[in-house]
Design a protein around this ligand. Structure first.
Ligand code: BGC
Length: 447
């Protein structure tokens, strides 16, 4: 049943991706009906990342107290209502409020869903299963591109906004039938329920008692110790915080959302004409993103997190540089080179920088501060997402595309060093073994 549980929880990722993509497509249509100043349209777009930042900050405490599953269910309900409100809005201020609530739901679920999956997963396939959340994101982005490509006319934007309510309801109803994650139940001393949950997830043939024993031992060791945010700054745990927040900083400053949000704009700067070509190219970005994420899921538990990360940082860095060069020497270099480099960039991102920060953040923190650590990592995700999306148009208009992409390239390449020096290889270790390593006081990277 772990696959069913994972597939349902990953719908939270779909909501994240759909909402990221849909605003880019809906905005031009919306502005025709409701003329907006750039500040107002910026604020309306920003309402989601802003809400998500608040949601991510609250998610640590909420998932600790109420459980991982229940928090995702409330987030799904809030998302469904807010999606309908966004579709039915009669003024821009209504829409800002609706998007703020959408953001709250997305940010909360972006912590709770990977956490729920990681705590329910067996160690052999944990990487692939948590990556399903990223697969949900890429599926959501592609769905929004396709919706935009086929519907982009008149007030179709109402339909596009409202459509988000459908997966949210599926998520809510689906989770109703699923159990809470066994590790959270053990942390709360509810061992009988934890056992029932493992049995439900693994089936009768599994070694339920041994798994429960390991989880319970770790939970008991944690029970008498301090939990919460303060723990994250203890010398033994701080390296985990650096990895969790650092990987999301690098993920966002790799420029991914400059590409996801502004792909059409980039194609125009590279010399393509507006219209069909550019929209198809955008759908191309969405398809490559989705397919390579599936490949990543296959590789993650086989060749390991560190190797994939190094390959991804190298790949994104080199392709970003190639795009910058192709733009500078556009008279010499044919424009298909830009398309090829951009698609390769997306592939390099999706095979590593996309899923791995989610996977690692759900593995490296000790149980007593796992939810809080993931909250902090998610704050880094949304904070830097917001920063890139808002500064990119300004950078594009000022120093230009080649300069901006060169900065992104340098940041990607610095990710290689960060990985080698800081990121532990968690493949093949149980969450309890990772925690025991941290507690022993040895450097995290030496796992
Ligand atoms: C990032 C998103 C990004 C997406 C692209 C995710 O891992 O957190 O900000 O848009 O990947 O696939």
């Amino acid at each position: 049943m772990i696959y069913v549980v994972t597939a349902i929880a990953a719908i939270a990722g779909l909501l994240f991706g759909y909402d990221e993509g849909v605003i880019a497509i809906a905005l031009p249509l919306l502005t025709q009906e409701y003329p907006m100043t750039p500040v107002v349209s910026g604020f309306m777009t920003a309402a989601v990342p802003l809400g998500a930042l608040i949601g991510a900050s609250a998610a640590g405490r909420l998932t600790e107290q109420f459980g991982r599953r229940r928090v995702i269910m409330v987030a799904a309900a809030v998302f469904a209502v807010a999606a309908v409100l966004a579709a039915a809005m009669t003024s821009i201020s209504d829409l800002v409020w609706a998007r703020l609530f959408l953001g709250l739901a997305i940010g909360t679920a972006a912590v709770a869903a990977p956490l729920y999956i990681a705590e329910a997963a067996p160690l052999e396939t944990r990487g692939a299963l948590v990556s399903t959340y990223q697969l949900g994101i890429t599926f959501g982005i592609l769905a929004s591109y396709v919706a935009g490509y086929t519907l982009a006319s008149g007030n179709a934007w109402r339909f596009m906004f409202g459509l988000g309510a459908v997966p949210a309801v599926v998520l809510l109803v689906g989770l109703f039938f699923m159990p809470e994650a066994p590790r959270w139940l053990a942390l709360k001393g509810r061992l009988a329920e934890a056992k029932a949950s493992i049995l439900f997830l693994r089936g009768t043939g599994a070694n339920v008692d041994r798994e429960l024993e390991e989880i319970d031992r770790s939970a008991l060791e944690d029970a008498g110790r301090k939990g919460g945010y303060a723990v994250l700054f203890e010398p033994a745990i701080r390296p985990a915080l650096v990895v969790g927040m650092g990987l999301f900083l690098l993920q966002q400053l790799s420029g991914i959302n400059a590409v996801i949000y502004y792909a059409p704009e980039i194609f125009i700067q590279a010399g393509f004409t507006q219209g069909e070509t550019e929209r198809l190219a955008t759908v191309g970005v969405g398809v490559v993103n989705l397919l390579t994420t599936i490949l990543a899921m296959y590789l993650i538990d086989r060749i390991g997190r560190r190797r994939l990360l190094v390959a991804g940082f190298l790949g994104t860095g080199i392709t970003m540089l190639a795009i910058a060069l192709a733009v500078v020497y556009s008279t010499l270099i044919p424009s298909w080179v830009v398309i090829a480099a951009l698609l390769l960039y997306i592939a390099a991102f999706a095979i590593s920088l996309g899923p791995l920060p989610f996977v690692l953040m759900s593995e490296i923190f000790p149980l007593r501060a796992r939810a809080e650590g993931m909250s902090m990592a998610s704050i880094s995700n949304w904070g830097f997402n917001f920063m890139v999306v808002f500064t990119f148009p300004v950078l594009l208009a000022g120093p230009g595309l080649a300069f901006t992409f060169t900065i992104f390239a340098i940041i990607c390449l610095s990710g290689v060093l960060f990985t080698l020096r800081r990121v532990p290889e968690t493949t093949g270790h149980s969450l309890e073994a990772i925690e025991a390593h941290l507690a022993s006081g040895q450097p995290l990277v030496k796992l």
